[in-house]
Write a protein that binds this ligand. Structure first.
Ligand SMILES: NC(=O)c1ccc[n+]([C@@H]2O[C@H](COP(=O)([O-])OP(=O)(O)OC[C@H]3O[C@@H](n4cnc5c(N)ncnc54)[C@H](OP(=O)(O)O)[C@@H]3O)[C@@H](O)[C@H]2O)c1
Length: 295
């Protein structure tokens, strides 16, 4: 049985469909009533629970389970903090996995996770990694760059802007590099891990074949969507002040000041990381975009 926490998110939704199509039996941790109904209708075993509330996940795992922990947040809101979700939530799930003696524990971290980072997101991801690594469980950790594909929030925000706005603002110089990876390639990597967990123990950077700047990414998206728009650089200071103001009035601002800081520095890995570790060449970005963005 494969147990998935975070199954209702972008990555988890793709994983559920992919594993079901391959005939795997799934058990998913779900928070809301609505999602529970939808997942039960798919033929998935549903467990209602929240990783920040240990009582709700007590006894949900069995020794034969392969645990996939995808729960994470990119911004803090409505009482959900990076520490609460990434660190305490992971500690709770790891404790339940140890109690059950599960056969393997997969944790989805993030490229650039670092205990000394100024970023709450990257710092708490690294702390969660440490909890998994020190657990004594057989584990795999992925550190992916941005994952793109149908319904991913990052690409969708830019596509919405390309549709609605006559011009596209680029925060700062837009010169820092990142390395988007296509969800289908991420699925191949986790598929290999589930198929042979012993061969994929440890930590793996997961990135696409190209390193590019935010500005280049926006331009490539615009081409794929057939919506070429003038782009212009907005001074980062101004963007950050606007983001801080929006954070005080909106529960879900379009961008947070932390996210703006994150795109100021490179977030990259070896462009051949996936090929070297998983034995296949990940999809070139332009080809990936063609598959899920229709002009
Ligand atoms: N997407 C990327 O580009 C990317 C890149 C690097 C790393 N990652 C990491 O990959 C993981 C999945 O990303 P994603 O894009 O799929 O995120 P997502 O769409 O925001 O999904 C997050 C998932 O976590 C669940 N969740 C949140 N708080 C929870 C809690 N307290 N208890 C139980 N479940 C909870 C959500 O459930 P609800 O539906 O109930 O809210 C949802 O299923 C995250 O850990 C993220 O940090 C993502």
């Amino acid at each position: 049985m494969i147990f998935i926490a975070g199954a209702t998110g972008f990555v988890g939704g793709h994983l559920v469909d992919d594993l079901q199509s391959k005939g795997h039996r799934l058990k998913c941790l779900v928070r809301s009533e609505r999602n529970a109904g939808q997942f039960a209708a798919k033929g998935v075993e549903v467990v209602r629970g929240d990783i920040t509330d240990p009582g709700t996940i007590e006894g949900v795992l069995r020794p034969e389970d392969f645990v996939v922990h995808l729960v994470g947040i990119i911004e803090e809101k409505r009482g959900a903090t990076f520490r609460g979700i990434h660190v305490e939530g992971t500690a709770n799930l790891v404790a339940e996995a140890k109690r059950a003696g599960v056969r393997h524990f997969f944790y989805q971290s993030a490229l650039g996770a670092d205990k000394n980072s100024w970023s709450g997101y990257l710092k708490t991801k690294a702390e969660a990694e440490e909890i998994v690594m020190n657990s004594g469980l057989d584990y795999t950790i992925f550190r992916p760059s941005l994952i793109i594909g149908p319904w991913d929030g990052f690409t969708k925000k830019i596509l919405d802007m390309l549709k609605l706005s006559p011009v596209v603002p680029i925060p700062g110089e837009g010169g820092a590099k990142f390395q988007p990876v296509y969800i289908k390639d991420w699925l191949r990597c986790i598929g290999a891990t589930i198929g042979n967990p012993r061969a994929y123990r440890g930590m793996f950077d997961i990135g696409g074949p190209e390193q590019l700047t935010y500005k280049e990414f926006v331009q490539m998206l615009a081409e794929s969507a057939g919506k070429k728009k003038p782009v212009f650089n907005v001074p980062m200071g101004l963007m950050k002040i606007s983001a801080l103001l929006l954070e005080t009035v909106l529960s879900s601002p379009p961008v947070t000041s932390e996210q703006l800081r994150l795109i100021e520095s490179d977030n990259i890995c070896d462009p051949e990381a996936v090929e070297k570790q998983f034995g296949f060449r990940p999809t070139p970005l332009r080809d990936a975009l063609k598959e899920f963005i229709k002009p």
